[in-house]
Write a protein that binds this ligand. Structure first.
Ligand code: 4AD
Ligand code: MG
Length: 463
């Protein structure tokens, strides 16, 4: 029954344990201090940013010379309360087994390493305080997201990863093929013959699970996806990854206004969850990543998000007391500099921008009565910019078909998507939240490469 004697350090420090005797801990050595009659080890097992202090009363009985920073150990002992100390419990070691020794040249020495350097050793960086905290935080917020939707009766669905549909119509799909790249068969017009390919047609990695989420929402009601998303977009910024995780709720019988209420409530829920249920991590970010992060989140929880139309946003930008690299005119796509001005300088809080020009948004968005704009919404936040993109969907068969034709889409290929509008169509809406973007915003971490364990960016797919 040794399995149940193994305890997580977090549970020991919180005294969530049934016995102080015969306790086993397993983890990695952070520090070692040896003197003649006593020795101390700090052990971490990844369950908490805090270490457990191990006290060795007869150092001569153990091979402490062989234990270095980074080594993995199994320690059996008993626990003792030590009042008036930061960590008011410690372990007295009775048995120490070295499971995996670490030589003295262990890369992660006690000094501070730069985030840039740590990216190059992504296989070891989860062992640092910062990145173990980031990963525990990711786990907690992922759980919070499921909890939020499950509590509200949304059903978790899985959209395919390999697909023949370009959901955003932006041509940013990574191709999936088993064709021999050194010897590709072409047809009479010198075009690749995908009939010979694995799926018999051109396929790629999904850029969004939305189209399939629409299928499921028009059968199950309220649904959400939470999965990996891929974009072969060659933008080397601190906010773009080629592989990122997206949460895509899709709601049947829901219009844009109603969805905006949900967006605001959802974002605030995640902030509250972080402050209340991820206290240790938020404290760490507040101290080490960005001072005042917690206070910023608290302020937003108590504020109302600004809601403006694209047209109003353009007017605000035209009157701005600063100049922009990209000139402001109706019809342009909002650039990062514009988005930042709106959310950081003008409103100083999250902003929901709606009703964008039809020409700059995806084919599935519902055409407004003005025939110029669509029922889109983007959520912009200070520092990170866009964290959410969504819309009410075009539920009218003829309007959607016309729009797809205007975009020169292959109608035959998307017949199934149109058929949703033919049989029992309903007004429906959905949005996509970038998981890494919201984590960056809550934690204050500035680069997307530091919030995902194994970042994929142009030129980098190591690990
Ligand atoms: O605005 P996007 O492209 O919207 C969609 O994909 C819709 N199909 C969503 C929907 O309505 N179901 O992407 C949604 C969000 C963005 O707001 C951003 O937070 C994130 O996904 N995102 C990225 N995050 C990291 N790296 C990238 N390259 C990203 N591209 C989009
Ligand atoms: Mg977008």
């Amino acid at each position: 029954m040794d399995y149940f004697k193994k305890k997580k350090i977090k549970n020991i420090l919180n005294k969530e344990i049934d016995s102080y005797q015969d306790v086993i801990v397993l983890g990695w050595v952070k520090t070692k201090r040896v003197s003649k009659n006593i020795a101390f080890l700090e052990l971490n097992d990844g369950s908490s940013v805090k270490n457990l202090q191990i006290v060795i009363l007869s150092p001569e009985k153990f091979n402490l010379e062989d234990i270095n920073r980074g080594a993995s150990l199994r320690i059996k002992g008993y626990l003792e309360d030590v009042p008036n100390r930061e960590q008011n419990i410690e372990m007295k070691a009775e048995e120490i087994d070295i499971i995996g020794p670490a030589p003295e040249n262990y890369i992660l020495q006690k000094k501070e390493h730069s985030f840039e350097f740590l990216r190059e050793i992504a296989h070891l960086r989860p062992r640092t305080k910062t990145f173990s905290t980031v990963n525990r935080f990711r786990n907690k917020i992922a759980y919070a997201i499921h909890q939020y939707y499950q509590k509200r009766g949304f059903q978790y669905i899985n959209a395919p990863i390999i697909t023949a549909s370009d959901a955003e119509g932006a041509g940013e799909m990574f191709k999936v093929t088993t064709l021999d790249l050194d010897n590709i068969e072409k047809d009479d017009n010198n075009i690749t013959d995908y009939k010979a390919d694995f799926f018999g047609e051109q396929t790629g990695l999904t850029v969004s699970g939305q189209l399939e989420a629409e299928v499921m929402a028009t059968a199950l009601g309220d649904v959400y996806t939470f999965g990996p998303t891929f974009r072969a977009e060659n933008s080397n910024t601190s906010r773009h990854a080629s592989e990122f995780w997206m949460i895509e709720p899709e709601m049947a019988f829901c219009n844009l206004e109603e969805m905006m209420d949900l967006i605001e409530d959802f974002i605030k829920y995640l902030f509250k969850y972080a402050l209340e249920e991820a206290k240790e991590e938020m404290e760490f970010f507040d101290q080490n990543i960005e001072k005042g992060r917690k206070e910023t989140l608290e302020k937003i929880i108590n504020a109302t998000f600004a809601r403006i139309t694209y047209t109003k946003a353009v007017n605000i930008l035209k009157k701005a007391d600063q100049s922009f690299e990209f000139p402001v005119k109706w019809g342009m796509d909002l650039q990062t500099e514009h988005e930042r001005y709106l959310t950081e300088n003008h409103f100083k809080k999250p902003v929901l921008v709606t009703d964008y020009p039809v020409g700059i948004k995806a084919f599935y968005m519902r055409l407004n009565d003005d025939n110029q704009t669509v029922a889109a919404v983007d959520c912009l936040v200070p520092e990170v910019g866009e964290i959410i993109g969504g819309s009410q969907r075009e539920e009218r068969y003829n309007v959607l078909k016309k729009r797809m034709e205007e975009e020169n889409m292959n109608i035959e290929k998307y017949e199934w998507f149109l058929e949703l509008r033919e049989f029992g169509t309903v007004p429906h809406s959905g949005f996509g939240l970038g998981f890494e973007r919201i984590l960056m915003y809550i934690s204050g971490i500035k680069n997307i490469r530091d919030i995902i364990p194994f970042p994929r960016t142009p030129g980098n797919a190591k690990f």
